[in-house]
Design a protein around this ligand. Structure first.
Ligand code: ATP
Length: 351
């Protein structure tokens, strides 16, 4: 990544006894689509508000293109925000909503019209310029809010749960539209969401937050395939945790668990260390017989491309395994589960 557009360095913020942000650092590149992901209360909104200038950090620094933003009021920052509620002006039509920020900046009438037309086109709202806001669908309102936020050409657009108000089908379609618009405008987007699917689907990189701290920053595929902590592995996607003690002999390593020895990649772990293997359901092989961990299908749900099985492998252990499309299992079926050498991620025991 070239020099970052946004740099958040060691930012902390408390509200009374609540530590909302605890030494948070991250960079967002020019033209990057970045997601802040985490459960409710982890500090995402506080960080976004600090970047927008609505909150003042207790410590740390936020800069844009190298310029320190502290003391710069929200409207003087080259940053705009799209609120989850959209906050559109109900008494103005679509065109005037999108034009609002440009007119306030005192831009010439022709320039305003040209920019609004461009955005109406980009967001596929061109026929609706004269419509009133209360005559629009939820998806159309969302696009007006996006067009309005992009109109003044911010360097960075902050989006608070941008798809949160849409139903599932529309969310999926809108994900593609949002990516496309981000690519066309080459604006840096920073979205805040508690929805892991949304973060993974949209962003170039994701920061996973927990209790005011950043646990991991990585590309979606790396977050999913190589979670850095047990929290990240559990919060992003579904997983199985299998605990045990490592046995290393030369280049080989195995986790000794109540389910047996599981060969694994254990770079950086020492012999005898306690560790947890995180294995996604689709990385567990399911067969009717042969080698592997013996278990009984206790329940299953059909998911289209896979069928997710809950398999009891010990009196107190159930593993989730995704059988590929076409495989038909019934409750009570005996199965064998196999975990390939590189199927899981080994996680250190946390203090
Ligand atoms: P959500 O997804 O629910 O919006 P979040 O991750 O955005 O959650 P924040 O809104 O940033 O979390 O809140 C972080 C913590 O700071 C929470 O414990 C919250 O209650 C607290 N907090 C946020 N704003 C204030 C405030 N103005 N006064 C007091 N406490 C606050």
């Amino acid at each position: 990544m070239s020099a970052p557009l946004l740099r958040v360095s060691s930012v902390s913020k408390t509200f009374g006894a609540v530590v909302a942000l605890d030494d948070v650092s991250l960079d967002v590149g020019a033209g990057e689509f970045f997601a802040l992901l985490g459960p409710s209360g982890c500090g995402k909104t506080t960080l976004m508000r600090a970047i927008a200038g609505f909150e003042t950090p207790d410590r740390g620094r936020i800069s844009l293109n190298g310029d320190d933003l502290s003391g710069v009021p929200p409207h003087r920052r080259p940053v705009n925000m799209m609120f989850q509620s959209y906050a559109l002006f109900p008494h103005l039509n679509v065109f005037d909503n999108i034009a609002f920020g440009l007119r306030r900046k005192g831009e010439a009438k022709e320039a305003v019209a040209a920019r609004v037309d461009e955005l109406l086109e980009m967001t596929q709202l061109a026929p609706l310029g004269a419509r009133r806001i209360n005559e629009l669908s939820g998806g159309q309102k969302q696009r007006v809010a996006l067009a309005r936020a992009l109109a003044p050409r911010p360097k960075l657009l902050l989006l608070d749960e941008p798809l949160g108000a849409l139903d599932r089908k529309l969310r999926e379609e809108t994900q593609f539209a949002l990516k496309e618009i981000q690519r066309l405008t080459q604006t840096s987007f920073l979205i805040v969401t508690h929805d892991q699917d949304e973060a993974l689907a949209l962003a170039d990189r994701v920061a996973v937050m927990r209790a005011g701290r950043v646990e991991q920053i990585a590309a979606p595929m790396d977050i999913y395939d190589r979670p850095a902590t047990r929290f990240v592995a559990g919060f992003v996607g579904e997983t199985n945790f299998i605990e045990g003690r490592l046995e290393r002999g030369g280049a080989d390593a195995a986790l000794v668990t109540p389910l047996g020895r599981i060969a694994c990649v254990a770079d950086g772990f020492s012999d005898g260390a306690r560790a947890t293997l995180s294995v996604r359901p689709e990385r567990i092989g399911v067969a009717r017989d042969g080698e592997g961990i013996a278990g009984i299908v206790e329940n299953f749900v059909f998911r289209g491309e896979t069928t997710l099985l809950r398999v009891r492998v010990a009196p107190d252990v159930v593993l989730r395994a995704a059988a590929p499309h076409g495989a038909r299992y019934a409750i009570g079926d005996a199965v064998r589960l196999s975990i390939a050498l590189d199927a899981g991620t080994l996680l250190a025991e946390e203090p």
